[in-house]
Design a protein around this ligand. Structure first.
Ligand code: 0O2
Length: 205
């Protein structure tokens, strides 16, 4: 049998994945609460949509291997920080920072790491705000702290990232250098449009 299928059937692994699912539910609820309150106060939503995912066993094994980490529960709880992932898509750049601040200021949320690829975009043009947060979940056996990766980006940044993602899975393209350059140009244009749209919103308000 394939290694990822063996891993997927280990009881301790299944239990941990269930706990990561619970952690995602907690963060998802926090984000929905913030969105509801904000829209009640300002008649617009700072969150356009939320996507959640649990990393697949195959992807977990690939990352453990790439990072030379042993296949054990400790690696899955502390070595990898993106097993539970939430992507928050916001209409405007300032929404990203507002939502991130309101989330990380909550007293049961601890920020483990923060990477601002909006202020410091990646060389290829990738932009998003990445947070690793730790939140408690309450199980029959007691309280457990779980790490969740939260990626916040605008609708436009998400549009760019989805095309970039497709390119990365087609590495054997003949003209990939040229495509990468064009994508980089698009990323910069998109960043400009995001700010322009935000300024228009401010003028309308
Ligand atoms: P998936 O399918 O989303 O799980 P890593 O690169 O993962 O070894 P680290 O420090 O976790 O190391 O990286 P980082 O940059 O903080 O976050 C990685 C995740 O951010 C990726 O997850 C993507 O979701 C996203 N990301 C980072 N850089 C890019 C990029 O250049 N283009 C796109 N489209 N997405 C990016 P995974 O694990 O790659 O995939």
């Amino acid at each position: 049998e394939r290694p990822e299928i063996i891993l997927a059937n280990v009881p301790e692994f299944k239990e941990l994945m269930m706990q990561y699912e619970c952690a995602i539910m907690e963060v998802n609820t926090k984000l929905h609460v913030l969105n509801n309150e904000f829209s009640h106060m300002y008649q617009r939503n700072p969150i356009e949509s939320i996507k959640t995912r649990i990393k697949t066993p195959a992807s977990i094994l690939e990352k453990l291997n790439r990072r030379n980490l042993p296949i054990c529960i400790d690696s899955l709880e502390n070595g990898l920080t993106d097993i539970a992932g939430i992507r928050v898509i916001c209409p405007f750049p300032d929404d990203i920072y507002n939502v991130a601040e309101l989330l990380t200021n909550q007293d049961d949320v601890m920020t483990v790491a923060r990477k601002d690829y909006i202020k410091n975009p990646k060389k290829n043009g990738y932009r998003s705000l990445h947070l690793i947060i730790e939140i408690p979940i309450f199980l029959a056996s007691g309280k457990k702290h779980m790490k969740v990766e939260v990626q916040l980006r605008t609708i436009a940044m998400d549009f760019w990232a989805s095309l970039d993602h497709k390119l990365r899975y087609k590495q054997n393209l003949k003209n990939s250098e040229e495509i990468a350059l064009e994508l980089r140009e698009c990323a910069d244009i998109i960043a400009g449009v995001d700010l322009k749209m935000q300024n228009i919103r401010k003028k309308i308000q």
